[in-house]
Write a protein that binds this ligand. Sequence first.
Ligand code: NAP
Length: 264
Amino acid sequence: MLSQATLKRFDEGKNVLHGKVAIVTGSTYGIGFAIARRLAQDGACVLLCSRKRDNVDKAIEQLKAEGLNISAIQCHVGNKEDREKLVATAIEIYGKIDILVCNVAVNPFVGPILDTTEEMWEKVFHINVISTFFLIKLVAPHIQKQGGGSIIICSSFIGYIPHPYVGPYSITKTTLLGLTNIMAQALRFMNIRVNGLALGIINTNFSKVILKTPELSSKLIPLGVYRIGEPQECAGIASFLCSEDASYINGENIAVTGGMRGRL
Ligand code: NAP
């Protein structure tokens, strides 16, 4: 575990995103929340979202109390109308979009891959991959209007080291590594950079299932996990990738794993 003093250091904003407008999906708790908070601490106006009204209210209350420039909307990214409303809301409130962080993912099943159903595959691909692509497609013309900007796709180390106990989820994360590359090629003529974060094991609700499944948790030490990361440790790199300091970084998947392998 990191000390409180170290964790507090992550909260010191650097203003590198002053004047920028960002949408972060799945941002009412966990990694998305930490990224939304950091982008706002670094000067951006941030629209956060998630499915549940209570979570949206709680997140916005906390971040507004910290004096951050935040708005929030209830949005299920798997729903086309919700995605359209998300983008329309950003334009209505801020008049533009410069940054999109696609953070949402689901993992509907943990167990032997031969026990998975067609419905599970459809759900996990729909939320993790298809919705990500269609949100990017919707947002890109708005970023282009600003002369360019940045998109981040949250993937996972498991995209590089797929595991049959989280088979469909693993494969969506491998697909997102590819989507990052393809979208970077497709959008570079709009001056939009697309980069990915291949995240390691991070201390959130999402990772609890991995840690309590022996078939998965027993693999972590051999893979080089010497400690679990904190959500704040994923946020600075997201802010950097969105900033001008990363202006020549495009199409990369950056491993944020504390040393676990992050390459194909
Ligand atoms: P988390 O703690 O479960 O948080 C998920 C967030 O997304 C919440 O704000 C949740 O709020 C929202 N959400 C879930 N489904 C949504 C949907 N369909 N539409 C809109 N919002 C939705 O997850 P996390 O650990 O922060 O993971 C974030 C990303 O990092 C994911 O892409 C995950 O694959 C990746 N990742 C995580 C780990 C890890 O160890 N934690 C490792 C590798 C990669 P509501 O419940 O209100 O919707």
